[in-house]
Design a protein around this ligand. Structure first.
Ligand SMILES: [Zn+2]
Length: 499
């Protein structure tokens, strides 16, 4: 969280020896690199010793700023060391006030500090700030880059890392720059997506307009790096087939081993570039990958605009509802698996006494399965209103056709407007009013009966005489329309560079 400083507390080199850092060293110019854009305001040179395991040394030039206050994520602040600014030939130490450092920067300034990334990963152990697995450390730049409290313009990051260690980021190199230089808007830094440091292998999945860079951490045996890449490629191709098109330009997917005994978990971040962190269940086998839906779920998040945490029910509901459809259409699971998961899961999304609607609850069941229930009802209703010619697929295809992915920030109202426009109905707007802004009620048992879905003793059977049986069949049928150019053979995985 970015805060404003209430006072400055600078300590001059030589006046307080105990806090002086590097007074004997004259600030040397950082290495020059590619031409900077006119709106470049923060220029970071980062050196990762032993792949970041021995910490990061950061040397940054800031354009003139009136505030002169630097900050970092509150949780990340305890691992910032030795902040100093250049004053003539000297370095002047800057003490912190919590997660803030005040520097005189009205005419621009140069600042250096160190960041103890390994300690941050060990202590925080949180995907959103810093986490580690063996010699691989994962942390968004917001954790280790001090930045001014006010932004505007772009920032650039040049990473120096000694082999065999590597750095992987979701940020893009600017045109003509080497692959160790990255650039992004300053406003993306605060919630920037994942970056990885350390001894990992990389794979690239190239699908024409889409590229997925896969970082494969250690400790994933018996899976090979190629197995992990194939897992990701299968999900990429299944989702591209669902949409009938490429759904993102590029994405970084970092796969690390999870905690012993934990199922596979995933997180997705978008600012500065889409990235997914997957912590795979220990001992996952090639055979078990086919059953593991987490990568598909996360890549669906990548495909859609960010709606804000307070509207998580819609993003999580879509990913929960559509993931088994995507996998059923791709032949990865049978229709009975899709329906069994719905029949078992959807009741967890029904409102309980006192519920005020999906927009006003953050309970787990309502967020994931309540959101999925919204999508399920929307899908069936759109199909009923359009004689099965339009569906929830078309609603999402309309969103993705506009070029939005997780890097874009949309309001729920705009999302619904675009989605309804793609189906030529008002189904989502109506359901938002009745199920999200109010507790609403859904006759789930009756809907399943009309669709001809029966579950007895955990076994799913279908009744083709049911009135909505054609709709039920269409929900898991292969997609209509042309094959996506991006659905090239899913085994086209090659060795490559960064996530
Ligand atoms: Zn999710």
């Amino acid at each position: 969280m970015r805060l404003r400083a209430t006072s400055s507390a600078l300590v001059r080199c030589g006046l307080a020896a105990s806090v002086v850092v590097g007074c004997a060293t004259s600030p040397a110019s950082p290495p020059t690199h590619v031409v900077a854009p006119a709106d470049l305001v923060w220029d970071y040179q980062v050196t990762a010793s032993r792949g970041g395991l021995d910490g990061l040394a950061v040397d940054v030039r800031f354009a003139p700023m009136t505030e002169g206050t630097l900050h970092v994520d509150d949780d990340a602040a305890p691992f910032v060391r030795d902040v100093a600014y250049a004053s003539g030939a000297e370095w002047v130490s800057v003490p912190n006030r919590g997660s803030l450092w005040a520097v005189p920067c009205a005419a621009g300034c140069r600042v250096r500090y160190r960041y103890d990334l390994r300690q941050a990963a060990a202590k925080l152990d949180d995907p959103e700030t810093a986490i580690g697995a063996g010699d691989v450390l994962v942390a968004p730049p917001a954790t280790w880059l001090l930045g001014p409290t006010a932004g505007g313009g772009r920032f650039r990051l040049h990473m120096t890392i000694d082999r065999p260690w590597r750095f992987a980021s979701a940020m893009l190199p600017p045109p003509g720059a080497p692959t160790d230089t990255f650039e992004a808007p300053t406003e993306s830094l605060e919630s920037s997506s994942f970056a990885a440091f350390g001894a990992f292998s990389t794979e690239t999945i190239d699908r024409g307009p889409m590229r997925a860079n896969v970082v494969v951490g250690p400790g994933l045996l018996p899976l090979s790096s190629a197995d992990v890449a194939h897992w990701v490629a299968t999900a990429v191709d299944a989702i591209a087939a669902y949409y009938g098109r490429a759904f993102v330009d590029r994405v970084l997917v970092i796969v690390l081993p999870g905690e012993p005994g934990s199922p596979t978990r995933g997180e997705t971040l978008g600012d500065g570039g889409p990235a997914v962190l997957v912590r795979a269940a220990r001992g996952l086998t090639v055979a078990a990958l086919k059953e593991d839906w987490v990568v598909t779920h996360e890549l669906l998040h990548v495909s859609l605009p960010s709606l804000g945490r307070e509207h998580a029910w819609l993003g999580e509901g879509i990913a929960t509802y559509v993931e088994p459809i995507v996998r059923a259409r791709a032949g990865l699971v049978g229709p009975e698996v899709y329906w069994r998961e719905l029949v078992e899961g959807l009741p967890q999304g029904l409102p309980e006494a006192g519920d005020q609607g999906l927009e006003r609850t953050s309970a787990w069941g309502r967020t994931y399965w309540g959101g999925a229930l919204f999508c399920f009802v929307a899908d069936v209703t759109i199909r009923q209103q359009t004689g099965n010619r339009r569906s929830f697929d078309d609603a999402l295809r309309g969103i993705v056709a506009g070029g939005a992915d997780v890097e874009a920030h949309w309001t729920v109202e705009h999302f619904i407007e675009v989605a309804d426009g793609a189906t030529g109905t008002h189904v989502l707007a109506d359901l938002h009013r009745t199920l999200a802004l109010a507790p609403g009620s859904v006759d789930l048992t009756g809907m399943l009966q009309r669709l001809g879905v029966q579950v007895q003793a955990g076994r799913v059977t279908f009744d083709d005489r049911a009135p909505l049986a054609p709709i039920r069949r269409a929900m898991t049928d292969p997609p209509r329309g042309p094959s996506p150019a991006s659905s090239a053979p899913s085994r086209g995985v090659s060795r490559a560079v960064r996530e």
